[in-house]
Ligand binder design. Structure first.
Ligand code: ZN
Length: 294
């Protein structure tokens, strides 16, 4: 259910921020003390006084929402439709009657506040990489990605505006991760697969050479299919789940065709968040999104 009250009433929006931010009690943003008292209000936002250091602050202080021209309810609407409906910045701009620049900066400020996913793998794990066009502008980029899709193995590089993006599917936990990288090399792959419970993590890959060193390492059991030989699955050995998740990633990025490579990380973290809250009811989803950015 679309949490509409949070988008029309600024005080309902402020209530939600209070609930999420102070879930474990109010804490001074400067000295972390919990010796705080309510101290009037700043517009509709509750204000507090820290009895330890004397600072006053309100619900928005030191969050991405502080010092913003946008009202909280407009922020929420922006974040919600961006994550939930994969709405383009242009469309949000039209709905809210704000400038493109304002909406884009807010979306990016939100996305930049998101943490990297913490990856702990139970395995077996599928891993695969694709190269996304990021860095060129508008049409040129668009045509290229349409003819080749996301997958231009061996051609992409960060410098060449086609950074690699890894997809990991943990079949044990069913968690999925999408992580952009500077290069698709052994050290990046090791870093992604580093945290695992099993003594020897089973890893399914395709025939890409950068996965070969895993075979020499007792911490991994690598099994692979060679796509070039027309082999796409051998029983459990395949990366098909990665490929379908990568196509969702492509759909996520498609309305944001101006994403440059230095913004790719925040946009993909937002995609990660979108997947996490996908099946949650509206109000829960909005809370989850706020929590992720605080
Ligand atoms: Zn304090």
């Amino acid at each position: 259910m679309f949490p509409i009250s949070r988008f029309v009433s600024e005080s309902a929006a402020a209530d939600l921020l209070q609930q999420v931010r102070w879930r474990d009690g109010v804490e001074c943003p400067r000295c972390r003390s919990d010796l705080t008292v309510r101290n009037g209000s700043y517009r509709v936002y509750q204000r507090y006084l820290c009895k330890n250091c004397g600072r006053t602050f309100n619900d928005k202080t030191d969050t991405i929402f502080a010092h913003s021209k946008l009202k909280l309810k407009e922020w929420y609407f922006t974040i919600y439709v961006f994550l939930r409906f994969n709405t383009s910045i242009r469309q949000i701009e039209a709905e809210l009657d704000l400038s493109y620049r304002t909406v884009r900066r807010r979306v990016e400020r939100f996305a930049s506040a998101l943490d990297a996913p913490s990856i702990t793998l139970s395995g077996p794990v599928e891993i695969d990489e694709v190269y996304v066009s990021a860095g060129k502008k508008g049409r040129e980029r668009d045509q290229e990605s349409r003819s080749r899709g996301l997958s231009t193995r061996g051609r992409g590089s960060y410098e060449g505006d086609k950074p690699p993006v890894f997809t990991l599917v943990d079949r044990g936990s069913n968690d999925r991760y999408v992580v952009p990288a500077k290069s698709a090399d052994e050290s990046t792959i090791r870093l992604l697969l580093e945290n695992h419970d099993q003594e020897s993590l089973t890893v399914y890959t395709d025939g890409f050479r950068a996965y070969e060193p895993l075979e020499e390492d007792d911490a991994f059991t690598r099994e692979y299919v060679v796509h070039g030989d027309g082999e796409y699955a051998n029983g459990d050995i395949h990366v098909n789940t990665c490929e379908s998740h990568a196509s969702l990633t492509r759909r996520w990025l498609s309305p944001h065709r101006g994403v440059s490579k230095d913004k790719l990380t925040p946009y993909l973290r937002a995609f990660q968040l979108r997947c996490e809250l996908y099946r949650k009811p509206g109000d829960e989803a909005l809370k989850h999104a706020l929590d992720a950015a605080l």
